[in-house]
Design a protein around this ligand. Sequence first.
Ligand code: PLP
Length: 419
Amino acid sequence: MEIRGRDPCAEEDLLSKKMRKALESRKSRGLVRQLTLEQSSCLENDFGSNDYLGLARSEMLRGTASKILERYQCVNGSTGSRLVTGNSQLAEDVEELAAKFHNSESAVLFNSGFNANHGLLGCLASKDDAILWDERCHASSREGTRVTNSSHVKAFRHNDLDSLHKELTAALERVTGAVIIVVESLYSMDGDLVPLKRLFKRIEFGGRRVSVVIDEAHTVGLYGGNGSGYVCERGFENHPNLLARVVSLGKAFGCHGGFVLGSRLLRDYLLNYARPLIFSSALPKSSLATILGAYEAMDSTEIREKRARVFTLSEYLRSEIDASPVVRSLVMTPMGTTNICSLAVVGAEFCVWVADQLALKGFRVMAVRPPTVSPGTERIRITVHSHNVARSIRELVRCLEEIILTADDGAVLPSAAKL
Ligand SMILES: Cc1ncc(COP(=O)(O)O)c(C=O)c1O
């Protein structure tokens, strides 16, 4: 087959011109994103991934998954969407186990946590319903609110129950239908937890018109004693205002996929209306077997110990940060109890530079920039895992302090420290 090369002198088509301009604009602001390969093979220095329990790299899980595949004797590809030819006993068993594990009436498996949020929020509301979302909710929830039929979609200030109360009062007056409130149990870019008890109390006045959706992407696997999540930990899984929980399997579970947990009615509804579920091939059996294996592992002594270790090491990270006035001054949200800590390193280019400097020393952290977070709130996000060690945490904080102190661009620091 003859492949004809592009004529370098030919004028670019309009869309190519637009794409180039958009990328150049991002580049000029230090915001362009590109793929990189993992540079450090030292697991102890992984402070960037969401593989909190090391399950993504677990030989044990790989072994369990292949035994499960043998047990179910199935081909790998799903061959179609769940509603066409892609359903299987394995998929149904995975959902049943997940529902039981999270103490939910039912679970529906999506191809990712992103799809679960997008599918759920995209199909729940009609024109006369409202959606109120915490301004720091993940892009997947926001995408869902972009395709909704709701005529009233508003953000409230992050974890601010007065702001939520105000928006809820306005929404109940404005629409005749239901009001859906969307929050996360642990905000992945800030590391703070939702004030669940106070939230449910504060929305009581809306009665049965108010339904809450909680994205548990970063708490499943870690919270709830056995990893069932923060909602279970606080005992709210049967709260009358809780409509659904969203689970991502790509974080502490070390797999891929997502669940919406809720009533059987909700499950039937999603199977009929959630477009990412209906119009996409289901997950392959290898993924399903890995998910089943990960759920089976959640109650094992090994994972219990790893879970406890994440919290002990997170505490250690906080004490190390506390002992360094320079690093402590960058902490964005008052240090809580979670395994996520964000440090204000303002200025996209500076933030990437700091992360690169840490990478040169073998540490993997995330430089988070707009549009993931709003301009002026760029940050270094540190996540703690069971495979970190006290020495690597100590070293990380020490290196960070040194990098910040010796940074050329002294102008960035004062504003960063003020945040
Ligand atoms: C809070 C939150 N919700 C949902 C998702 C999407 O989950 P997944 O990676 O499984 O698509 C993420 C992923 O980063 C997340 O952080």
